[in-house]
Every structure is written in structure tokens, then in C-alpha cells.
Ligand binder design. Structure first.
Ligand code: ADP
Ligand code: MG
Length: 340
């Protein structure tokens, strides 16, 4: 597949700001982004890792009346509890052990009139949940070490890839905060549920990676694209981006070929090695082999006594005997039996 040059009108339908994709599930996401951008309520952005939750948050910010102010991110999986709190709320001189004489503004203050994007909200402690809840209710917060409150006008966008409702039921996430954050939620679909977007995304990353690495890889072979579309993408768009970058580095030609893809994806190509679960065999062959394996296993565990193995497998002894003959296992079974 050559890297088709899309005309500008066609390109308009394939992306929404920096978000690439025109599959139906993504179009629903774009519609929601447009709607929520007009409001000031918090938004809960759900989705597996690498689905583009941060890009969704950035789009909301860019379309909102806060677009000229800052967009600041806070990743709750990367920082310890103390650091998270000081990053978010800031601290007064002497309040932080690591910085005894300094004072610092938190991102709530730094992003005043703007948007804060909190990633991995499911990881924060009840203590911090309480403080965020208080901020949402009053628009005020306390810096570490301060007895007077500070005001900030900030919109909260929050991402989670965990099951927050489960945490609420478990008692590790405050229901009041959950309901406040969950007034509007956007679910970003995993890549395997929008396979229509894969070729568009792959070509988009190819152009970007070429630029970044100064390479001139102009396309993706049909077999390689076919395998990319068949893949399951547990790491979603981020994983696809990495696979394209790796392929551009590895390829010796002008096109990404099947051999430039990681083995697990390469194995999915049509006609290459067949479907991985049947290891290239037809379903009939695969079932036949599996049957043989189970018979041998049952026989071994029954110390090669056919009557016992038949019972384990829920078969009549005569049926098992027929199967053993059909699989040409008679001598194998007899010989193994000798050594029990
Ligand atoms: N729809 C998309 N279009 C273009 N790039 C995307 C898309 N979704 C994700 N990406 C890219 O994939 C990577 C992961 O996206 P990110 O927003 O950090 O995912 P998440 O926050 O859900 O883990 C980033 O490099 C991002 O630019
Ligand atoms: Mg991210």
C-alpha cells in the first residue's frame, strides 16, 4: 500500500484535531468532546492504556473557553502520595521536608483559568480524594503548611483505566467524588474495537516517524497492513505507534514488510503461518491433534489402563480403543504400558 496523499477535504473527515480516526466509535467520541467542551463540569475519561485519553483531554481544553490558559497534567501513577499532594496544592516555606526553605505553587494555582488533566485517578489515597472533593465543592484548597485557603478557577479532566465503580464498592474510592467526577464520562474505545482506523493511524505514524528519523519509507506492504489490522493491540494506539517506529528502523527497503513486524503480529498474516491458535493447521487438523494429545495425557495419568482413561474422558472403553487405533497409537500405548 503506497502512502496515498489524501486530499484536504478527505483528510477533514479522518481526524479531529490531533485525534486520528474516522470509525463510528471515534465519531461518537468527537461528538461528546464538542458537547462537553462548552461546559465547565469535570469529565471522566475512561479507556485502556494508550487509547488516547490525554489527546481527548487536550481537545476538550482546546475547544473550551479556557483554550488560552494552561493545560497541565498530573500523573498519579508516577508520584508518591506526598509528592502528588505538593504538586497539586503547592506548599509554603518549611512545609516540605525535601525542600525545607523553599515554597512552591501547585498546579491548581499555576493552571488558574485553565484545565488540569489528572491521569490514573484510581491510584490516589482517600486523604487526597477528600481534598480534591473539597476543591470541587468550594473552588478552594489549602497549600501544605498553610492555614488559609487559596482560590483557583480550574476545570478538572480526569482519566482512568481502572474500574472506579469497583473501587467505590470496595470502599477505596469515595462515592461522593466518584459521582461528582462521573457526571459526564467519555469512553475511549480500544483499538481492536475500531479496526477501521488502523490503516489511517499506521500511515499517519509512518509520516511522523519518517520525519523524526529522517527516513524515506513510503509505504506498508499489503501483507504487513493485513497483519496490523488482524492484531489485537492490547497496548492500543501507543503500541501501534511503537510498532511502526520499530519497523521504519528495521526495514531495508522503501516499504514496511511483514518481516519488519514483531513476531506475534507477523504470525497473524494471511497465509503466512496461518492463524496462530491453530498454528497454520486447518481446524480439523488442529482438533485431531488436540484429541490425540488429550488421549495420551489421559492414558498416562491412568497409568496406561484403558478402562480408567476411558472413564476420565467420559467415553466407553470400546470408543477409546477405536480412537487409539484411528490415531495409530496402539503400539505407543502398549509400549508405554510395559514400563508402568
Ligand atoms: N486517535 C489517535 N490519533 C493519533 N494519535 C493517537 C491517538 N490515540 C493515541 N495516540 C497516540 O498514542 C500515544 C498514547 O496516547 P495517550 O493519549 O497518552 O493515551 P492514554 O492517555 O490513553 O494512555 C500518544 O503518543 C498519542 O499521541
Ligand atoms: Mg497517557
Amino acid at each position: 500500500m503506497e502512502l496515498a496523499k489524501l486530499d484536504p477535504a478527505a483528510w477533514d473527515n479522518c481526524h479531529f484535531g490531533n485525534l486520528i480516526g474516522n470509525s463510528l466509535p471515534m465519531q461518537d467520541v468527537y461528538k461528546l468532546i464538542k458537547k462537553v467542551a462548552k461546559t465547565d463540569t469535570p469529565v471522566l475519561i475512561r479507556g485502556e492504556v494508550g487509547t488516547g485519553k490525554e489527546l481527548v483531554a487536550r481537545s476538550i481544553h482546546k475547544l473550551s473557553k479556557r483554550q488560552k490558559a494552561h493545560f497541565v497534567t498530573l500523573n498519579c501513577t508516577a508520584l508518591t502520595e506526598d509528592l502528588l499532594e505538593s504538586e497539586l496544592f503547592g506548599y509554603t516555606a518549611g512545609a516540605l521536608k525535601q525542600d525545607p526553605s523553599g515554597a512552591k505553587k501547585g498546579i491548581l494555582e499555576a493552571a488558574n483559568h485553565g484545565t488540569i488533566f489528572i491521569e490514573g485517578i484510581e491510584n490516589i489515597s482517600i486523604n487526597l480524594q477528600n481534598k480534591i472533593l473539597r476543591f470541587l465543592q468550594t473552588g478552594e484548597f489549602y497549600k501544605l503548611g498553610s492555614k488559609t485557603s487559596t482560590k483557583a478557577d480550574v476545570r478538572l479532566l480526569v482519566a482512568t483505566n481502572g474500574n472506579l465503580l469497583h473501587k467505590v464498592k470496595q470502599g477505596t474510592f469515595r462515592p461522593e467524588l466518584f459521582y461528582r467526577l462521573n457526571v459526564i464520562s467519555i469512553s475511549v474505545p480500544p483499538l481492536r474495537d475500531r479496526k477501521d482506523d488502523i490503516s489511517l493511524l499506521a500511515r499517519h505514524f509512518l509520516v511522523k516517524v519518517n520525519k523524526k528519523l529522517g527516513k524515506k519509507v513510503i509505504g506498508i506492504s499489503e501483507e504487513a497492513m493485513d497483519a496490523l489490522i488482524r492484531a489485537d493491540w492490547p497496548g492500543n494506539v501507543r503500541e501501534l505507534k511503537n510498532v511502526i517506529e520499530r519497523a521504519v528502523i528495521l526495514t531495508e527497503g522503501r516499504k514496511i514488510e511483514l518481516s519488519d513486524l514483531p513476531r506475534n503480529i507477523r504470525n497473524l498474516a494471511k497465509g503466512a503461518t496461518g492463524w496462530p491458535y491453530t498454528q497454520g493447521m486447518s481446524l480439523k487438523e488442529a482438533i485431531y491433534n488436540y484429541e490425540e494429545k488429550l488421549i495420551l495425557q489421559a492414558m498416562k495419568e491412568s497409568h496406561w489402563v484403558q478402562a480408567r482413561a476411558a472413564k476420565v474422558l467420559g467415553l466407553k472403553r470400546s470408543t477409546l480403543n477405536e480412537m487409539i487405533k484411528r490415531h495409530n497409537l496402539s503400539s505407543k500405548v502398549k509400549n508405554a504400558g510395559k514400563y508402568v
